[in-house]
Structures are given as C-alpha cells and as structure tokens.
Design a protein around this ligand. Sequence first.
Ligand code: HEC
Ligand code: HEC
Length: 342
Amino acid sequence: MLRGFALSILLTGAVAGCGDHPFHQSMKLGGKEVSAETLNHGRDGYQQYCRPCHGENGDGKGYSSYGLRPPPRDFSQGLFKFGHVTAPALPPDEELIKIVRGGLHGTAMLKWDVPDGELFPILQYIKTFSPKWAAEEPGKPIEVSADPFGEAKKTEAVVLGEKLYHAKAQCSGCHPAFVTHEKLNALTKEMTGTAQTDFSAEMYVSQLKDSEYCLEWKAGWKKIEDRECAKVVKILPPNFTRDKLRTVHEGTELTDLYRTIASGIGGANMPTWKGALKEDELWGLAYYVRSLAEMRDTAEAGKLASLLGDPANASWKPSVTPPPAPPAPPPPGAKPNKGGKE
Ligand code: HEC
Ligand code: HEC
C-alpha cells in the first residue's frame, strides 16, 4: 500500500506540469481525509511560495536551495524539528502554521506572508510528499504548564536552570557550557554528590552533530522507505549568548523556550525533556536560556566569554585537600558567582 503511495507521488511529480491539477481523489493524510480540490489548490500555492526552496518534489532541492545552510527541509522524510511534539511524531496543523507564520530566525525560512486561504491547502499538499503522513496521525503538541516563577522570582529560576543545564540535563554535552571550571566543579558536587574535576578543552564551544536529516540520498532507490542516506546534514547547536534562536519570538520568549526544551528537536537528537524533568525544572531551564539569550550583542556576553577564555580558568584545579578551616577565609577563596547573574 505504501509502495503504491510513494509511486503515485513520484509519477504525479514527474508528469504534472505547471498549472496541472493532478489529484483526482481525496487522500488520508495525518488521519484526516483531504479532498482532491484542496490538494490541487495547495499544489498551486506551493508552486508559487515554497517550491523555489523546497523543490518541485518536496525534496528540499528547489532552484534557490543550493548552498543554503541549514538546507530547506526535505518533506519526503516526514521529519520536523520544531513541531513541538515528541519526536519523531508528526506535527499537527496548528504547529505547521506557527512555523510558516513565525519563520525560523537565522535561516532562509522567513515569515511567509501566505494568505490564510492558501496556507491550509499548502500544508496539506506538503504531506503528500512523505508516506509517513498516510500512515500516521500527528502527535499532541507539548502542553505548557503554569510558570511557577514569574518575573518576581526569575533569579531563583535562573539559578536552578544554570545548575540543571550544566550538571543534570546534559545540555552542555552539545551546547557550550557557560560557567567557569570552578563553578562547574561546585555545581556537579551539589547536584550529583561528585564534583567534576576533568574539564574538556571543548566545553565552551558547540559540538557539531550529525542529524537524521539527509542532504543526499544514495542513487538508485525505488521506494522512499528504502532510501539510504549518502550525506547527512550536520548541525551546530546554538551558542545562546551569540546565535539567533529559530523559534524564539519577541514577547513570548519564555513560552517559546519552554516548548522547545520540553519537546526537544526532532531529527537533531535534542531529547524530549517533558516528563523526564519536573515542571519547575523545565521552566528554570527556559529562564536560564533566556538570560543567556538576553546577553546577545551586549558587553555582558563579551565579559562572560573573556572570563571563560581566561587562562586562569583553564588552569584552575580543584584543591585536593581542603584547607584546614582558617578562622576567616581570605577573599581569594571566596565564590565570585552567586548565580547566573552578577
Ligand atoms: C527561501 C527559501 C524557503 C522558502 C521559499 C520556504 N522555505 Fe520552508 N524552509 C527553508 C529552510 C532553509 C528550512 C530549514 C530550516 C531549519 O532547518 O532550521 C525550512 C523549513 C521548513 C519547514 C520545517 C520546519 C521544521 O520544524 O522542521 C516547513 C514546514 C517549511 N519550511 C514550510 C514551508 C512552506 C509551507 C513554504 C511556502 C509557504 C516554505 N517553507 C517556503 C527555506 C524556505
Ligand atoms: C544531543 C545534543 C543536544 C542536547 C543534549 C541538547 N541540545 Fe539543544 N539543540 C541541539 C541542536 C543540534 C540544536 C539546533 C537545532 C537546529 O536549529 O537545527 C539545538 C537547539 C536548541 C535551542 C534553540 C531552539 C531554537 O528555537 O532555535 C534551545 C533553546 C536548546 N537547544 C536548549 C537546550 C537545553 C536547555 C538543553 C538541555 C536540557 C539542550 N538544548 C540539550 C542539540 C542538543
């Protein structure tokens, strides 16, 4: 059944010229019956607005796609980053609408000003490119719980987020760390009972990661499901004090961050944390990442970078035997950082 589906898509892609209306029957896509009329309508809109990047066959190889990094999504994979569902579930329409309406900052995927009446059919049409949509229903979007902190308690939230980020949720395994060796030593001790004493020379840079997105398929495939990837898309996780975040929009920063951190990023190996961390912990991470993002383009980001890049930080070593408790500890041993902020 899936084979027939994949073939029919290939054929319509190959045979149909501009302005053709190749759909004659409704299709079940994402658990809903979509009429041929909607699909033909969506195809027209897609050709106009999306094809230059996402390609005639939805494979991300449109004429404007070459050299774009990140590359336009190949819809034949049925895999999405910002669907705000537990990956690899398919995103519901309302999330796809948010993606197109909000755009993905820092990429060629801008906010497309497609008329409402066009967008819905376009989104149905892009589902015809992957057999996954015929077989599966979309997942449920991550629910946003009530923020237990609020701006009044944001410092508390940032302190919690900073600890989790570095010492529990392993965010710094892919994203950079943002604390000194000394602080990381103390945070891991506090969170896990064992202090971290070895520090990777790479800990302040993002780690380039292979993703499940495919840039080039091995030639000769017959069925979408049987393709093998020849070249995967590599993704550099953002440095929050420097890079634009794709889905964080002005005015809704915290909720946007909460949703991404809770749901993870499909195909990019960023795990789903909803359920694995407590709600206040998810919110703490959102506050912490927001505090880092707020440093972008400010002197504070530069100050933090020079503190972390300072040779004194690189050569810091935990003291093996704690000093025998002098009456009043001298200033050099005092902890300079009380939390995420000064
Ligand atoms: C100028 C090029 C360009 C055009 C035109 C364009 N896109 Fe994109 N699109 C991209 C790029 C690049 C990405 C990948 C962004 C990323 O991986 O972060 C993307 C990603 C997407 C995604 C995947 C988001 C996710 O969460 O994985 C969807 C859905 C999408 N585009 C829909 C559309 C639709 C619908 C249109 C037409 C209305 C459109 N795009 C037009 C460049 C474009
Ligand atoms: C296995 C690697 C990995 C881990 C672990 C990881 N991330 Fe990510 N994260 C990524 C990648 C890769 C991206 C970039 C995805 C893209 O834009 O294509 C990303 C992007 C993000 C974004 C930006 C979303 C946007 O809208 O651009 C946020 C926020 C984020 N991560 C937060 C976190 C937090 C907080 C943690 C720890 C709880 C974490 N990540 C753990 C790999 C990871």
